[in-house]
Ligand binder design. Structure first.
Ligand SMILES: [Zn+2]
Length: 278
């Protein structure tokens, strides 16, 4: 899922937006899709989320590469252990809802609320639900519903979004948390990594740093992220910064360092907490 195309908002690039798929889906509505909800595994009435988790469990067992298996296994583990919360956009309250508001109708949200039950006006709520397909903040993932969901795309989206949670993307996405001014380089890196990791999940033995780097850049182009990173500030003198970043992300000897963040949401690299980062 990604923010729906509302060209007036560069904000659409918020910390979340996964995005690769443009897919939206129903959470927690067992059986609502009738026969079409029946997966190949005979999981009658399973939600798209259930089916996506089954696909990931299969990949965790039978994936072609160690990285692919680890991505699938650890993503499922974080979700099933409750380290990531998943729910509908309509359930958002408090500061999470306020951050959504700042990305959609920034002038109408008021000051950041301290009340964890803060609610938007009905008009703002409607605008948010119309414009957002998905949102990540801290360890919470919000989605809006639809009957049209390919569990395979959802599985990749979950890996993308859990990668944002693992790296606390919302803490690097903005220059200013009051205005939600986007940090172009930080936001680019957060999305690049998340699309890059989707590629490693999807392509298995065919994945390479070069192919997945190109995939990530191309996908961000197609989705019109419009980010303008300044690599000279980030990596002075580096001639091929994205090549370097792609290599470092996937090289096992760098996994413990995480200079550009982490790919695998293993417990020992998981954030200690999800306190506000600003
Ligand atoms: Zn994303």
């Amino acid at each position: 899922m990604r923010i729906a195309a509302n060209a007036t908002l560069l904000a659409l690039l918020l910390a979340l937006t996964s995005c690769s798929t443009g897919e939206i889906f129903v959470l927690g509505e067992n059986g609502s899709r009738g026969n079409t909800a029946k997966g190949d595994r005979g999981d009658d009435g399973a939600t798209p989320l259930d089916q996506a988790l089954l696909l990931l469990k299969d990949l965790a067992e039978n994936g072609e590469t160690e990285l692919q298996r680890a991505l699938a296994e650890e993503t499922v583990a974080r979700i099933e252990d409750g380290d990531v919360w998943i729910g509908p956009v309509s359930d958002a309250r408090g500061v999470d809802l306020w951050h959504m508001c700042k990305d959609i109708v920034p002038d109408e949200c008021g000051d950041r609320p301290t009340d964890e039950d803060w609610r938007a006006t009905p008009a703002i709520q409607e605008a948010i639900e119309a414009d957002l397909d998905g949102y990540q903040w801290g360890n919470r993932l919000y989605f809006t519903g639809s009957d049209e969901t390919d569990p395979r795309k959802l599985a990749a989206t979950l890996v993308h979004e859990v990668n944002h949670v693992l790296n606390r993307s919302e803490c690097y996405y903005y220059d200013d948390y009051e205005t939600h001014e986007v940090d172009q380089t930080g936001a680019f890196l957060e999305e690049f990594r998340a699309f890059y990791v989707e590629c490693w999940l999807n392509r298995g033995a065919k994945a390479t740093p070069e192919a997945c780097r190109e995939h990530a850049v191309k996908t961000m182009d197609e989705l019109e992220y419009g980010l303008t990173p300044d690599f000279e500030t980030l990596m002075p003198g580096e001639l091929n910064p994205l090549e370097q970043i792609a290599e470092e992300l996937v090289e096992s000897r760098f996994w413990m360092e995480g200079s550009f963040g982490y790919l695998i949401p293993s417990w020992f690299q998981w954030p200690e907490d999800f306190e506000p980062c600003d």
